[in-house]
Design a protein around this ligand. Structure first.
Ligand code: ZN
Length: 308
C-alpha cells in the first residue's frame, strides 16, 4: 500500500522546544527532509508570537526555504489574523485547528467549540478567495487531558460541522497519545459512515507507546495518510502530559518492513534525526535513534537492502 506521510516536526515538534531554534536551522530541517523524500510538511504556525515564541519566524521560514514546487508546505492557522498572515506567504495549505472537547478548546484557544467553529468560517472564506486549501485539524479527537476519553459521537458531530463549513479533509489528532487501536477503528468507521466525503489523516502521539499499533488499526480501515515527527519530538503546550508524535523513522521502518511504500529514504531520515539531536542537544525519543547508528543496515528495509 502507498502511504503518505506528512512531516510535522517543524511545527508540532519544534513548537514545544523551550530553547530557540534558529530560522536557518528550521529551514535546514525542512530541506534535509525534502532530500529524504518528504513531500508534505506542517512547516510552521501563524499562532501569536506571544503565545508560542518558537513560531515567531513563520514568514521568514516560508520565505527562506528552498523546496521543489511539488512539496506542499502547510501552515497552522489558528484564527483570521493568522490566516491573513499566511495568505501573504507561499504556504499552499492552511491547517485550521480546533479542539473536539470543551476543556481542550478553552485551554488551547480560550473559547468554546461553538465559537471556534464560527471563527473558522471567515478563515475558510479567505482561503477560497486566495486560492489556498484549508484542512481541518481536530485536536483531542480521541482523548482530552481535561475530559478523558472523547466520545466517538462527539468526533462525528464535529466532523459534520466542519463539513458544513466547507472542509473536505480533516486531521484526527490524538493530541495526548491516549488512543487505542479499537478506538481508532471505531472512530474511522463512524466517520466513514456519517461523513463519507471527508478525507481522513491520522495524527498520532506516542505517549503510551501505542502509536504504531494505532497506525495498524488505521491501515486496516484503509486510512493511507499519517503524520509523524522526525526523532519523535513534539507535544502540546496546552495539553499537560502530552509527549511526542510517532517518530518518522520508526513509522517508515515499520511500513517498509511490512512491505508498504512511503517514498522516503530510511537511512537518510536516521541521519537527519541525528542532526536534529545535535541541534537540540539531547537524545530523541525515536526507537531507531538508539537502535541504529548511521549507516547500519535495517533488516527488512527494502531501501537498505538495495544499498547493500
Ligand atoms: Zn500533535
Amino acid at each position: 500500500m502507498q502511504i503518505e506521510i506528512t512531516e510535522v516536526s517543524p511545527r508540532d515538534g519544534l513548537q514545544n522546544e523551550k530553547q530557540p531554534v534558529s530560522t536557518a536551522q528550521k529551514i535546514a530541517l525542512i530541506e534535509g527532509l525534502v532530500a529524504a523524500g518528504v513531500k508534505r510538511f506542517e512547516a510552521t504556525s501563524f499562532v501569536s508570537p506571544r503565545a508560542v515564541p518558537q513560531m515567531a519566524d513563520a514568514e521568514q521560514v516560508l520565505a527562506g526555504v528552498n523546496v521543489p514546487d511539488d512539496v506542499i508546505l502547510q501552515a497552522l492557522v489558528p484564527n483570521l489574523r493568522g490566516a491573513e498572515r499566511a495568505a501573504q506567504t507561499r504556504a499552499q495549505e492552511w491547517v485550521c485547528f480546533m479542539s473536539a472537547t470543551e476543556g481542550h478548546s478553552q485551554a488551547n484557544s480560550n473559547c468554546s467549540t461553538d465559537t471556534a467553529l464560527e471563527r473558522l468560517k471567515p478563515v475558510m472564506a479567505l482561503s477560497q478567495q486566495t486560492g489556498k486549501r484549508a484542512v481541518a485539524a481536530l485536536a483531542a479527537s480521541f482523548g482530552c487531558p481535561f475530559e478523558g476519553v472523547t466520545p466517538t459521537d462527539r468526533v462525528v458531530q464535529m466532523a459534520r460541522a466542519l463539513r458544513d463549513i466547507g472542509f473536505t479533509e480533516m486531521k484526527l489528532g490524538d493530541t495526548i497519545g491516549t488512543a487505542i487501536p479499537s478506538q481508532i477503528t471505531e472512530v474511522v468507521r463512524a466517520l466513514r459512515k456519517d461523513v463519507p466525503d471527508m478525507a481522513l489523516v491520522l495524527h498520532l502521539h506516542d505517549t503510551r507507546g501505542l502509536s504504531l499499533a494505532n497506525v495498524m488499526a488505521g491501515m486496516a480501515e484503509g486510512v493511507t495518510r499519517y503524520e509523524s515527527s522526525l526523532g519523535g519530538i513534539g507535544g502540546c503546550p496546552f495539553a499537560p502530559g502530552a509527549t511526542g508524535n510517532v517518530a518518522t523513522e520508526d513509522l517508515v521502518h515499520f511500513l517498509h518492513a511490512e512491505g508498504h511504500e512511503t517514498g522516503l529514504d530510511l537511512n537518510h531520515l536516521i541521519a537527519q534525526g541525528r542532526w536534529l539531536s545535535d541541534v537540540l542537544g539531547r537524545d530523541l525519543p525515536a526507537k531507531l535513534f538508539a537502535a541504529s547508528p548511521i549507516g547500519a543496515t535495517i533488516p527488512n528495509d527494502p531501501a537498505t537492502r538495495a544499498v547493500g
